[in-house]
Design a binder for this molecule. Structure first.
Ligand SMILES: Cc1cc2nc3c(=O)[nH]c(=O)nc-3n(C[C@H](O)[C@H](O)[C@H](O)COP(=O)(O)O)c2cc1C
Length: 365
């Protein structure tokens, strides 16, 4: 594991290894969106387990249409900010850094306590069915298409939440531009059927992502770590492809870098899946070729392939989701060659809450 356990940096964050906890929604906040003590303990356990960098779960950014799930944490008021400060404080005390993932549900909304209908770029719903581990919604609700006023408000929400994240002590922010949430919907021709300045060709579909990157960079300062997660896949669609393929992705990444992005966090079913249209490269490979933009790679990394992946992507950090959920001390286990198990889905069923996980551990371990 010599490639994995070597010194690394993300912006100005110093790391003793290249392992990162991937963002994972645990719908365990208060109804009003404040993180709880259970969440404080949960995040601290990753730090104590040897993860030097944790990317927190997707946090909603405004008191309008951004919340996606009941019991999702937010970062929209002083109470939520103060509660996050405790979570981050615990992680810092254990010697690790934490990034806050900022997200807006757009059409992919399962519950929102501020508004009845999802707001989307068009009236298109996500493919498949809502995720039962996050709530009880049976079918997607048709979103109301946003006008320019709504889109401007969304910008304010992200900027406000980014400032709060910095004030709460987070070491950086990650804009959730992947997995079918609103920023991802802008790029997707499935969701974005607009004919105005926010839609159409790639330039139009990328416009808002560039504007928001610039705006949070201006708000948070030159040295703050600002990343964006990107994927073609969504939780209910592994097959979507951006029409512009490899060249389009390169165009997206170069423009986001120029707008002030520190890193991109790629997500696919597997890091090396060649999923781009008419290309023999993976998303991660294309991203690794873009100069001046740091890279975090995600998707299907395990104890069996991590050494090869770490050697292939020498400069990248590697984020892990499910394996980290099973073993919050995964870095220690990898280092010492201890047993590592697959995620048993019943740990997250019927709901993906931390309390359910703890009950599951008592019975099963
Ligand atoms: C329970 C659960 C919740 C997740 N929530 C989020 C989230 O809030 N934001 C996000 O970007 N990805 C989320 N993901 C996706 C993970 O970050 C990761 O991309 C996925 O698990 C694939 O990586 P893995 O193969 O290492 O598990 C979630 C995954 C799981 C299992």
């Amino acid at each position: 594991m010599s490639e994995v356990f070597k010194h690394a940096k993300l912006g100005n964050i110093e790391l003793s290894n290249r392992l990162v906890v991937a963002p994972m929604s645990r719908i365990s906040a208060e109804h009003e969106g404040e993180p709880t003590e259970l969440m404080e303990d949960y995040y601290r356990r990753f730090a104590e387990g040897g993860f030097d960098l944790i990317i927190g779960e997707g946090v909603y950014v405004d008191r309008k249409a951004s919340q996606a799930y009941q019991y999702q944490p937010g970062l929209t008021d002083d109470e939520q900010q103060a509660a996050w400060k405790k979570v981050v404080g615990g992680v810092h005390q254990a010697g690790s850094a934490m990034i806050c993932q900022l997200m807006h549900s757009g059409a992919q909304m399962q519950y929102n306590r501020f508004c009845e209908h999802p707001m989307g770029l068009s009236d298109v719903v996500p493919k498949g069915k809502p995720l039962s581990i996050y709530g009880n919604l049976e079918d997607w609700v048709k979103p109301e298409p946003m006008d320019d006023g709504h889109i401007n408000q969304i910008m304010n929400g992200f900027v406000g939440a980014a400032k709060r994240a910095k004030a709460a002590g987070f070491d950086g922010i990650e804009l959730q531009g992947a997995d079918g949430y609103l920023l991802n919907q802008f790029l997707s021709t499935h969701f974005n059927t607009r004919k105005d300045q926010w839609g159409g060709n790639l330039e139009g579909r990328l416009r808002f992502l560039i504007m928001i990157t610039r705006a949070v960079r201006d708000a948070c300062g030159e040295d703050y770590v600002i990343g964006m997660r990107l994927s073609q896949i969504t939780p209910t669609d592994d097959d979507y492809q951006w029409p512009e393929g490899e060249d389009g992705l390169r165009y997206v990444l170069e423009h986001l870098r120029d707008a002030g992005l520190s890193y991109v966090h790629t997500h696919d079913v597997a890091v090396n899946r060649k999923s781009l249209k008419d290309s023999d490269k993976s998303i991660a490979e294309v991203a690794s070729e873009v100069e001046g933009l740091q890279l975090i790679i995600n998707g299907g990394v395990s104890e069996n392939n991590i050494e090869d992946i770490a050697a292939q992507y020498q400069d990248a950090l590697i984020s892990m989701g499910r394996k980290a959920l099973v073993h919050q001390d995964l870095p220690k286990r990898l280092k010492e060659g201890l047993d590592i198990y697959e995620l048993d889905p019943t740990m997250l069923e019927p709901k993906a809450t931390i309390q359910h996980e703890l009950n599951w551990r008592k019975i099963n371990l």
